[in-house]
Design a protein around this ligand. Structure first.
Ligand code: ADP
Ligand code: MG
Length: 247
């Protein structure tokens, strides 16, 4: 049986009277891309914030591997193998691509690493940064200043920065936002490659990309899951057509 990397059970997040996420359950398997789609305001970003620990849930639980991480800080959750990118970029524009990836690897290093001596940490962070750049297809931009590379390459850099923490799970919030066709195709190919060794929870509006990439889909509207299944099942779902895809 395929390993469940991340599992949310009955997650709810209330902001005052609004249930932005309402009783949502979701499983992410290793080597799977699980896409979360839905119109603006559906609660997708809030859901990713609950999974990463950036927001505490009002109720429900989050399990990462075998650990119940409900209520943990983002740093602690990251240390257990969950990496995320944000809709708003974390890139430090005056620094080189390499420096950004290396800093990301350093700031979110797994807890076990902190007990190793400095020399070993140094080698290991560099190795992880090299691997992350390679996997994100950006090795050729290593020495470029981050502010001077294209928009598509900056999104790849964000993926590399996430990978530098050596996560098992990646939470990606709209990695294709603002991309042209060529850039989007490049990112789709990258994500297909990355999923060979990871689980990816993907929030994305580009439906061509979503239906190309996703092994499973969860459709949210007004905080609730209205459908969950394979791409074929979701395509055939009349409720989804009405609520979202037919828009
Ligand atoms: P999506 O990412 O699907 O567009 P969000 O998760 O950003 O949706 O938002 C879901 C709902 O929760 C929206 O109605 C939004 O206005 C509300 N919301 C999100 N974050 C907050 C917050 N920090 N405080 C109050 N309301 C919020
Ligand atoms: Mg959002």
């Amino acid at each position: 049986m395929t390993e469940v990397l991340l599992s949310a059970k009955n997650l709810t997040k209330r902001f005052g009277g609004l249930a932005a996420v309402n009783d949502v359950s979701i499983d992410l398997l290793r080597n799977h891309i699980h896409a979360v789609i839905g119109p603006n305001g559906a609660g997708k970003s809030t859901l990713t914030n609950l999974l990463s620990g950036d927001l505490p849930p009002s109720s429900g639980s989050v399990t990462l591997g075998k650990l119940d991480v409900t209520g943990w800080t983002p740093e602690k959750i990251s240390g257990q193998g969950l990496g995320r990118s944000y809709q708003k970029t974390n890139i430090f524009l005056p620094f080189s691509v390499w420096e950004n990836v290396r800093l990301a690897g350093q700031s979110r290093q797994p807890f076990a690493m902190r007990w190793l001596n400095r020399a070993r940490q140094f080698a290991s962070i560099n190795e992880r940064a090299e691997k992350a750049l390679e996997l994100a297809g950006l090795t050729y931009r290593k020495d470029s200043i981050a502010g001077t590379i294209s928009h598509g390459e900056q999104r790849q850099l964000e993926i590399a920065m996430t990978l530098a923490t050596e996560p098992q799970v990646l939470l990606l919030d709209e990695p294709l936002a603002g991309m042209g066709t060529a850039e989007a195709e490049r990112m789709v190919a990258l994500l297909q490659n990355i999923k060979k060794n990871h689980g990816i929870l993907l929030v994305e509006h580009d439906m061509d990309a979503v239906f190309t990439l996703a092994d499973r889909l969860t459709v949210m509207v007004n905080g609730q899951v209205i459908a969950s299944g394979t791409p074929a099942e979701i395509r055939a779902d009349a409720g989804v057509q009405a609520a979202y895809l037919g828009e």
